[in-house]
Design a protein around this ligand. Structure first.
Ligand code: SF4
Ligand code: SF4
Length: 267
């Protein structure tokens, strides 16, 4: 029996996804991207009207229009893609994970049909540097500050045989006292605010805090609720943000590795 199992597992291909295939991908997240060549004032107005969280906003001034997209507020509902007439498409490559809040914001000049201040994708050199970090130990304490558990479902997938986060030397730990990084999901509810502060204080310095999901980044669909204090950075300092509702496992892996890369002085 055991020999049969061993024989079969040796015969079958490993389901493990190589890191190159995870890096900067966001398939399944329904996060939008913009094709500026097809962008018109009517489309910019339409997507900003239809967006339920004001992640897309259009601003008009002196006959000029700017379209702004804040990934931290995007819940991936794909309404903008439905009405975007090809100018708004599902993002394929996604380097905006594990970055600062400012970098979650993109802008396009509708008149010029061009992105304002394009963020260049990771160079091959940076990608190699990030891969060189793999295998170094990192202990993560995941903290739910009021999430719907959608983000937790994706985080749980990180330890399955497809993603196997432990192959990078990254482990989830039970106590904040053993953690290097806090991975915080959900908007911070009033009931959880004190627990979030105490957990943050229990993590030994130097510590990293990563806000996960639209809720962690901006409050998401719960922003403004009387039961919510705000996003994670309303309660504790945050080093980096991983957007999405929920972020896919690939976005989580890329984001965590990106944070490690920045910690090592690469910005
Ligand atoms: S996918 Fe994001 S940006 Fe588009 S309408 Fe939904 S929340 Fe707004
Ligand atoms: S970001 Fe989305 S999936 Fe994650 S906790 Fe908030 S509502 Fe749930």
């Amino acid at each position: 029996m055991i020999l049969d199992i061993l024989e079969r597992s040796l015969r079958e291909r490993s389901p493990l996804i190589p890191v190159e295939a995870l890096w900067n991908t966001c398939e399944g997240s329904r996060l939008p991207d913009v094709d500026p060549a097809l962008l018109t004032p009517a489309i910019a107005r339409r997507v900003s009207e239809i967006c339920p969280t004001a992640a897309f906003t259009a601003r008009e001034e002196s006959n000029r229009m700017e379209l702004k997209l804040s990934y931290g507020e995007c819940i991936g509902c794909a309404r903008c893609i439905d009405v975007g007439q090809g100018a708004i498409v599902a993002a394929k490559a996604f380097p905006w994970t594990g970055v600062s809040k400012q970098r979650l914001v993109r802008r396009w000049s509708v008149n010029d049909r061009a992105e304002v201040q394009v963020i260049s994708p990771e160079s091959e050199e940076a990608r190699k540097e990030i891969c060189a970090l793999l295998g170094r130990a990192l202990n993560i304490r995941q903290l739910d500050s009021g999430s719907c558990n959608g983000c937790e479902a994706e985080i749980t997938a990180l330890t399955n045989p497809h993603y196997d986060l432990e192959r990078f030397g990254i482990h989830f730990v039970a106590s904040p006292k053993h953690a290097d990084m806090l991975l915080v999901t959900g908007p911070v509810t009033r009931n959880m605010a004190e627990a979030v502060k105490l957990t943050y204080e229990a993590v030994p310095a130097p510590k990293l805090v990563v806000a996960v999901g639209a809720c962690g980044c901006s409050g998401g669909v719960f922003a403004g609720s009387h039961a919510v204090v705000g996003p994670v950075d309303a309660v504790i300092p945050v080093d980096a943000y991983i957007p999405g509702c929920p972020p896919t496992p690939a976005m989580l892996v890329s984001g965590i590795l990106q944070v490690l890369h920045q910690r090592n002085g690469n910005r």
